[in-house]
Design a binder for this molecule. Structure first.
Ligand code: MRU
Length: 358
């Protein structure tokens, strides 16, 4: 069953319903965001998370923000909508899909700038729904393109959660595994628990178990040992932002996994939609890396595990250099040995700018 990660309920005056991912796996609870502040908070606190899902949340956030702007004056509406967009962009810095979704919504508002505000609001809701529907199709295409790389009887390592919960409903890295299973391939997955917020154990293990895929949970520091034992034949992870040269930001710890894979001669695949590429950023060292609160490390899930007053560094993402990536799996196909040249050839700049068309 596909996961209804994030949905819009009602008309332009409606609301967002999303799975509160902070409560999983012990509680499957839906929360409603009725206004701009509540969706900003949901993104910031990771109730909704994962690059494509926060792209959708950003787009729906624009509709929520638009709801509270009066209908009288179009210029005033567009100006206020600009403030809504700026506010939403401040929720999380690394996943480019958030900015991509918000920019796309702003473009639609501008394009409809000579129509009454009511109609702009309707166009915005239509666009947010389109972004969500596109994501469902994109994820399935990623699954198909990636599953072709997965042989029968394969051990796969994944890090963080790039599943249905991180997208409209089917995932990117996990889509590859879901599709391989649908094709009758026997796969067994090792899920890194993914400190400090445990997206691997709380979300990935949960999703894979529901899909009846063989999954074994390991702590992050066990990956090298498991690879050395010959249990891993490939790594598949998601991405939050891919620079023009193929350097890829993903959940903290991914870079380390890529080094381990290289050392053990294991292919390392990144699965991501085209909207995760940021061709305005030339290399990974320019990707903004979110730093989160020290409490996530010292007080994870309510138990203090470090001395009071200890200094903490808590970057939420790291950058895997393109040279460690065997291939990037997208909805449009697979980019082998990603580099500035073959990414540009593959995407084509104009197409990248306009995004996918259905
Ligand atoms: O901090 P999170 O949980 O939003 O981080 C998510 C990841 O790093 C995912 O791997 C990435 O967004 C890809 S999701 C398809």
């Amino acid at each position: 069953m596909p996961l209804p990660t994030i949905e819009w309920e009602g008309d332009i005056n409606g609301r967002v319903r999303l799975i509160d991912q902070t409560l999983l796996p012990t509680e499957l609870k839906f929360v409603h965001c009725e206004d701009l502040k509540s969706i900003w908070y949901a993104i910031k606190t990771l109730m909704v998370r994962g690059a494509p899902a926060i792209g959708i949340a950003g787009a729906m956030g624009i509709v929520l923000g638009a709801k509270d702007i009066p209908n009288e004056n179009t210029d005033e509406f567009l100006e206020k909508l600009g403030h809504v967009a700026t506010y939403l962009r401040s929720s999380r810095p690394t996943a480019v899909n958030l900015f991509w979704g918000i920019n796309r919504m702003e473009r639609v508002a501008q394009e409809n700038g000579n129509t009454p505000v009511q109609e702009i609001k309707e166009a915005l809701l239509k666009e947010a729904m389109k972004i969500q529907e596109e994501d469902k199709i994109i994820c399935r295409k990623i699954g198909e393109n990636g599953a072709a790389l997965i042989k029968d009887r394969t051990g796969v390592l994944t890090h963080c959660n790039a599943g249905g919960l991180a997208t409209a409903d089917y995932g990117t890295a996990l889509a590859v595994l879901f599709k391989a299973k649908e094709q009758g391939k026997c796969i067994n997955v090792y899920a890194d628990e993914t400190r400090p917020l445990l997206q691997g154990s709380r979300l990935t293990a949960w999703e894979l178990m529901h899909a009846e895929i063989d999954v074994t949970l390991i702590c992050d520091n066990m990956a090298a040992h498991v690879m050395k034992q010959g249990k891993i034949h490939c790594v598949v992870v998601g991405a939050d932002r891919i620079a023009a040269n193929g350097d890829t930001a993903n959940k903290i710890g991914t870079y380390g996994v890529s080094i381990l894979a290289k050392e053990h001669g294991i292919p390392f695949y990144v699965a991501a939609p085209v909207s995760t590429f940021d061709l305005t950023i030339q290399s990974g060292d320019k990707i903004p890396i979110e730093e989160r609160s020290p409490e996530e490390v010292t007080n994870g899930f309510g138990k203090r595990t470090a001395p009071e007053g200890v200094k903490v560094f808590n970057p939420a993402f790291d950058v895997t250099p393109a040279k460690n990536i065997t291939a990037i799996i997208t909805e449009k196909g697979v980019i082998h040995k990603p580099s500035r040249e073959n990414i540009k050839d593959f995407l084509g700049e104009p197409e990248f700018k306009t995004g996918i068309t259905l």
